[in-house]
Structures are given as structure tokens and as C-alpha cells.
Design a protein around this ligand. Structure first.
Ligand code: FE2
Length: 401
């Protein structure tokens, strides 16, 4: 019998768990129930019970039924936060969210610019992740909308903060336990750590990369992983998020061309968050993309980049028109989406900011499209139409609809 110790997050259906000759008192986080693992749900339950490591026998691995089938959407009951109501209005949470965002940006900039990383950097990052979790708990729309609006010349840093916000919100939406939210947050903050070793002329090239440059750029995954791996006590979930965030469900990703269920939950969450931010971000070589269009592009990639159901759930969390989206109403007025409607996603609450000719008005007012079926969203505003709109300022106004 061979045996190999792995993290619970690397456990897969079809693996055979073996019980080592170790007292549970000496290894309280080691799962020891001998036998085959039958499903992802079983793994999630083991994780939920607090176990973090397991021994398995690679020689007894079997292909579980449906290994190559697309994964099903989870039962509705697992999406706890879909019904979570904000405890603080959006306009009141915006100020705090802005300072949490700015602090997190400084944190990322510091550790990305320092020549070495240590366990202390991970520990020092925890309070920032806690602040992000706290703000998302009070009103998720504040940080989620900021993450879609923030753009800077220092893209690498804003990207890490944005991915952290999307990933923690998504992990919460998927009903992962509290300690997993912290680990997802840390994994996302450090997922691109290897980019600190990539020359900035390649990192910020305002053009398509040459094949050699692309190879160098892609090396950021293993560079970051190798450095993080050396930190004593680093959680396997953080390493998984970092090393798997460019893998794809169909096996065409990098660096290990993992496919299907070989890509873990942390890798999937960070991959989806990473892609969404890359699409909505403004870069030197491309304008920002409307959130609705970014989600539409990702929806087309379902089943290829990500297992079936994962993008659909992300869209359900973000809403068809994510908060902060700018829209043209059927009345001809421009509006900023202030609150999603989970049940009727095309009928959010909108702050109306212009008259019917697109001219700014002094007195903005809110409209609940669910309560006003005569008015609807015609389409998202184009970049040319919304480039001068200060969405962040409009989100800080009350929307009494
Ligand atoms: Fe990356």
C-alpha cells in the first residue's frame, strides 16, 4: 500500500483515504475515515468539519462515475447569501469601503515592491482581509462596485485588491465557511505575487507580447508559487489559489494543464475573479468593458474555462446589471444601478442622473424598475457615453426608490 499526504483541497472524488497510524490528538486536522471519496459534496463536508489534511492511496484511485461530466449547479440552499440583506445602506458604506480599498492597495503595493516576502507579510495581511469581509457583510455592493470602477496606472496592484474583493464575495456566496473566506482572501491578495519578479516593460507592455515575453509573463505563476511555498506554515489553500489561477477546466490553461476536478475550489474561485477583473479593467491597450458585457463573454466560456455552473453562479451573485453599471433607460434617461434584484435581475433599482436627452440633472432620483414596469433598461451605456460620469460619487448619494 502506498500513501501520500495531501491537503483536503486537493482531495478528489475517486481517491481512497487511508488511516495512518497516528493518534488524532497529535493530528486533529487530519481526516482519517478510511474509504473511497464519492463526491465533491463529501469533500466540502469534510472541509466544513474542520479537517485540512488527509492521507490517500494513489494506487487505489478509481475514476468516479461522471468524472468527465460537467458539474451540476449546487442546490439553491447552498447559496445562502443570495438572500442576505445589507445591514447598512450603500451610500453609508461607500466611505468606509473607499478607505478599506485604499489601505489594501497600499498593502499590496508594499509587498509587491519589496524584494522578499516572509510569513510576517501573510500575517500582516490578515486584518485587511478581515476588513474586506466585514464591509462585504455590511453591504457587499460598496466594495464590489468599487472593484469594478477602480482603475489605475498601477494595474497589478488594483488587480490584486479587486480579485480579493470578488473572490471573497464569491466564496461567501458559495457558502464556504468563515475560515475559508480568510484563506480565499489571502490566496487572492497573493495570487499574482510572482509578477513582482517580471520586468515592468513586459508587465505593462502597451501591445501584444512576443512569444518569448508571453512565456516570461506566464512564469509569474510558478515564480510566485515557489516563493510562497517556502514560507513556514503557509496554508495549502493559499498555494492552491496561487498555482491554479490560470488553469482551465478543459485542460488548456497553465502551468500544469490541469483539467476538470483536478482544479480545486480555491483555484476556480480565483480564476473566475481574475478573469472578470481583467475584462472590466481599463488597460493601456484596451478600454474598460461594461460589467454586463464582461459577464456575457464569461458566460460564453462556460464549460471550457470553468466547469458548468461556476460562471452561472458568479453571474447570479453579480446580477445581470451589477451595482455601479451605467444604463440607458427606455425613457431616454441615463442611470446608475444602485441595488440588484436577485429574483428579477433585469429590474434593479436605478438612480436617474440625466433628463431624457442625456443632460445632467441637479436633482437625481431613484426608480425601482420592478415597481415601475413601464420603464425598462434599454442597454448599458457605451464607453463614450459614460466616460465623464463619476459613478463613485453617484453611489454615495441616497437612492430612495
Ligand atoms: Fe495571474
Amino acid at each position: 500500500m502506498s500513501r501520500e499526504k495531501i491537503a483536503i483541497t486537493d482531495l478528489r472524488p475517486g481517491m481512497y483515504v487511508v488511516r495512518p497510524d497516528i493518534s488524532w490528538i497529535k493530528a486533529p486536522l487530519l481526516y482519517m475515515e478510511e474509504g473511497f471519496i464519492s463526491s465533491e459534496e463529501e469533500i466540502a463536508e469534510i472541509y466544513r468539519q474542520g479537517y485540512r489534511e488527509v492521507y490517500h492511496d494513489p494506487s487505489r484511485m478509481k475514476s468516479p462515475a461522471g468524472e468527465n461530466e460537467p458539474e451540476e449547479l449546487p442546490a439553491e440552499s447552498t447559496e445562502a447569501s443570495t438572500t442576505q440583506q445589507p445591514t447598512v445602506p450603500l451610500n453609508e458604506e461607500m466611505g468606509q469601503a473607499q478607505s478599506i480599498y485604499a489601505d489594501s492597495f497600499d498593502l499590496v503595493k508594499n509587498f509587491m515592491e519589496s524584494s522578499s516576502i516572509g510569513t510576517a507579510d501573510i500575517a500582516a495581511s490578515q486584518p485587511y482581509v478581515e476588513s474586506i469581509i466585514g464591509s462585504l457583510d455590511r453591504n457587499a455592493d460598496a466594495l464590489l462596485s468599487l472593484a469594478q470602477l477602480k482603475t489605475s496606472d498601477e494595474y497589478t496592484y488594483t488587480h490584486c485588491v479587486n480579485v480579493t474583493i470578488f473572490a471573497v464575495a464569491y466564496a461567501h456566496f458559495l457558502n464556504l465557511p468563515e475560515d475559508a473566506l480568510h484563506l480565499v482572501g489571502l490566496a487572492a491578495l497573493f495570487h499574482d505575487y510572482g509578477k513582482s519578479a517580471i520586468p515592468s516593460e513586459v508587465l505593462n507592455a502597451p501591445r501584444q507580447l512576443t512569444p518569448e515575453e508571453l512565456t516570461l509573463m506566464r512564469s509569474h505563476v510558478l515564480l510566485g508559487y515557489e516563493r510562497l511555498k517556502k514560507l513556514p506554515g503557509i496554508a495549502p489553500e493559499i498555494l492552491q489559489g496561487a498555482v491554479q489561477h490560470h488553469e482551465r477546466h478543459d485542460g488548456t490553461g497553465y502551468p500544469h494543464k490541469l483539467s476538470g476536478k483536478r482544479i480545486g475550489v480555491f483555484g476556480r474561485i480565483i480564476s473566475i475573479s481574475d478573469n472578470y477583473d481583467a475584462l472590466v479593467a481599463k488597460r493601456v491597450y484596451k478600454p474598460s468593458l461594461a460589467p454586463t458585457k464582461a459577464l456575457a463573454i464569461m458566460y460564453k466560456m462556460r464549460g471550457q474555462a470553468w466547469a458548468s455552473g461556476w460562471v452561472e453562479r458568479f453571474i447570479k451573485m453579480m446580477g445581470v446589471y451589477p451595482v455601479g453599471s451605467t444604463v440607458l433607460l427606455s425613457t431616454g434617461e441615463y442611470g446608475v444601478v444602485h441595488a440588484a434584484n436577485m429574483t428579477f435581475p433585469t429590474q434593479p433599482k436605478v438612480l436617474v442622473i440625466t433628463d431624457a436627452h442625456g443632460r445632467p440633472v441637479a436633482d437625481t432620483h431613484g426608480i425601482d424598475l420592478y415597481k415601475c414596469p413601464d420603464v425598462s433598461i434599454t442597454r448599458p451605456l457605451t464607453h463614450a457615453e459614460d466616460k465623464d460620469i463619476d459613478v463613485e460619487a453617484f453611489l454615495s448619494l441616497p437612492c430612495n426608490a
